[in-house]
Structures are given as structure tokens and as C-alpha cells.
Design a protein around this ligand. Sequence first.
Ligand code: XMP
Length: 485
Amino acid sequence: MYSEIVSHRSTAAELAARRPKAIILSGGPKSVYAEGAPTIDPAVYELGVPILGICYGAQLLATGLGGEVARTGSGEYGRTALHRAPGGGGRLLDEWPATGEVWMSHADSIVAVPTGFAVTASTDEVAVAAFESAERGCYGVQFHPEVVHTPLGQDLLKRFLHDICECRPTWTHVSVIESAVAQVRATVGDGRVVCALSGGVDSAVTAALVHKAVGDQLTCVFVDTGLLRAGEADQVEATFRRQFGLDLVHVKAADRFLAALAGVEDPEAKRRAIGELFVRVFEEVAADLGDAGFLAQGTLYPDVVESGTAHAATIKSHHNVGGLPEAMNLALVEPLRLLFKDEVRAVGEELGLPEEIVWRQPFPGPGLAVRIVGEVTAERVRILQAADAVVVEEIRRAGLARELWQAFAVLPAVRSVGVMGDERTYAYPIVVRAVTSEDAMTADWARLPYELLERLSARLINEVAGVNRVAYDITSKPPGTIEWE
Ligand code: XMP
């Protein structure tokens, strides 16, 4: 289903101009009565477009149409039993069991529904867990159908979108490819396009799409910073030069990056040094190419949404390999800007990219530099690459690669004393980091089996020279971040 995320500040007229068939008001952390709590243009309720309010969205809907929300002291968090109303579950929940399981997360509760609305479900704690007026086309659920912990949540969304709003699931990866290819052709004409390839899935799919659209009008630039995972540079060569026959400029710049990082320990300073040098190298190549008028970038929809967020704090300045400055005088081509990661992967598979690229776990733009805590040196990069390869291989063997959001090695530049073969050692530890996550905004440390941790410990110490200790990071995000820097 094609969907867009828009600001709650959009006016009803702006929304109507997008011709939506359905509107979903999402959840949020505020109380509807709090100062600065997000509200919507009341005229949205009069557009005649069906609305589903979820959690905060349901409370907004309730108060917006004359109902009441209060802090009753009966908040609910986590798995909760939902009872369909004795009078029936209405249009949204009529096929739900009398009692089902849902995921809740709210402090305030809806205590009165607007006139003309029916309560369609409750819980042991709250009287209004779902309400609707099919006549007005407005539906509200206090629980979260969008999370996996609500087993029938996807059915609820289908009921709303397919049956109530009559949306058709036509947004498939094939239709996405066709429209993206047509758009790239229309934008580029017979111009030349450059694309920065990082080896990650986003830039790889971007390159494959643009190549499908304009063939040899595309030149890809792969900057080997020396801070990549083991084997990554070869893989990019094998896929793009040999399989796709693409015009690929492979810049070997490891020495320049190491020089730029010499003596740099501060994480933000590292990120800046890498970002700046990357841009400089890329500019040199683009200047050599001469006539390029377009720059293809793997910007995804979440990046587009996030850059519209006014008050987000800078936790880390993200360096995206595609994130080159506009001052380069190249017009941007962003064929993935309407897609989420899972859609990008489906498109990549459809385009024939190898599984190892399509399903590769996310990797930070600054590469291994932000997984070496302390100064980046050639020796530390070598140790970390070897250690990371062991982690990746063991995770793959255990069949966990797709289940985990990321699994990798970190090298804190401290040394500790050990004993091996009756000899004293004084070497680095490797920290294994493995997390589960839906979107990297939050993450949980993965409960890896002890046997796997034991194998990792043995292999890392036996096979990677310079390592004598292994630790497992059991920090979630928050309070940690996924990467160490
Ligand atoms: P953190 O460490 O902030 O990471 O929890 C969240 C996700 O983003 C990835 N990451 C980056 N990706 N450029 C990127 O393209 C970056 O500078 C960068 N830093 C972190 C990280 O691997 C995780 O998936």
C-alpha cells in the first residue's frame, strides 16, 4: 500500500490535495491536554476520508469530536487482554475473538466517546479500548495494532485499509521499479550520472535502478576508505563491474583516510574527518569525469521524514556515504526516496542483486572507525576486520543473520593481561555487539545462546592475533546506542 507520513500541522486542504483514501493518526508520547501536544486541523474530520486513530491518535480523535480523555490512574503497559463489547466489535473488530491479546502503552484513558460513537472493546482496566462511528468513518483503538505483540494487528490494519477504505495493494516492488525507472529517465534525459557506491544495500539498489534506467550513462564511484568490512571491496567489484558490467571507478584511498585519522580520538572529530575527506575524494573523481550533471543517492523515506523533524537532538552526526554537499553543482537523483528498507530489499532482489548485498546488515558510513574506540591505526583496523569476519561467519552459521538487526565486533583500544600457552599476553579485547531492532531507533541486546558466545570467544582469541579477551555487550538502546561511537 502506498503511504506517506505527513506532519500533523498539515491543513485539511493540503491533505485533501494529496487525495488520500485513508488517514491514520499515529501514537505519540504526549498527553492530549499537555502544552504543545500535537493537534490537527479540525477540518480533517470533515474531509470524508476514513480515519483510524491509534493510541494518542485515538485520544485526539475522541477529544476532537467531543469525547473526553482523563488521567484516571489506570494506564496500561504491555500485553493486555482485550474484550470485544457485548454489543459487538463494530466494523473494525467484528471478526475478533470475544477476548484477544493486544499491546498497550498509555497513561491517559478515553473516558467518554463522542456523541454517535459506539464503544467496541474494553479491557479490565479501561472502559474504552476501541470505539467507532462507521457512519462518520472514524475509528479509534487505544492499543497498538502496528506492533508484532498484537497478534491480530495486521488483520485490523487490513480490515481498515482493504475493507473500509477500499485501498488496493498495488504498491508492489515491480510497480515501484517501473515508476522509478521511468522517473529517472525523465529526469536525466541523456545526461551523465555519478553514484557513490558504499557496498551497502541502499546505494547498491540505487545504482542498479539507475543503471536499469539509463545504462552506461551511469558511472559508479566506490571509495575504498580502508575502513570497510573484510571482503567488501571485492564484493562490490564482483557484483557491479563483473555481474552488471557497470562503469565503476574504484578509488583506493585507505592511506589517505588513515592519515586523516592519525591522532584523532574524539568520535565526532573522527566522523567529521571521514565525512570531509570522503567528499574531497569524491569531488576529485567527479571533476575527472568532467561532464556529470547528476548525482544518484540512496536516500530512503525515513531520511526524508527525519530531516523534516524540527527538534531532534544530534546524538551522532551521521555520515552517509551518499550524503554529499549540494555545493557540488550536481542535480540529485533519488529513486528510493519513497521507500522503506524492507521495500528497498525487495526491489534489490527483483533487480537480481546478490543475497549478500541485499541482506547485508546496516553498516555506518564512517565504517570501522566508529567501532575502534580511540585512535584508528592500521593494526587496529586489521584486528577488527578479522574479528568482525569471525562474528559475521558464526552468526550466519547459527542462522541468525536475518533475525538480528546487526551483529559485529568492537575494538576498545585498551589492553589487558592474559595467559596463553603459559605465556603472559597483553592484548586488546573484542566486544561482541548483537542487537535486535525494528528501525534502529531503539534496540535490544540479543539473547545469543551461550554455546555461540563460547564459540565466538574461542575463535576470536585463537584466530585473531592481538586479541586475548572477549566481552558481550548487554546494553539496550536507549541508554546505549547501537554503535559504540
Ligand atoms: P546508533 O549507533 O546511532 O546507530 O544507535 C543506529 C543505526 O545507524 C547506523 N549508523 C550509521 N549509518 N552513517 C550511516 O549511514 C552513520 O554515520 C551511522 N552511524 C550509525 C548504525 O549502524 C545503526 O544501524
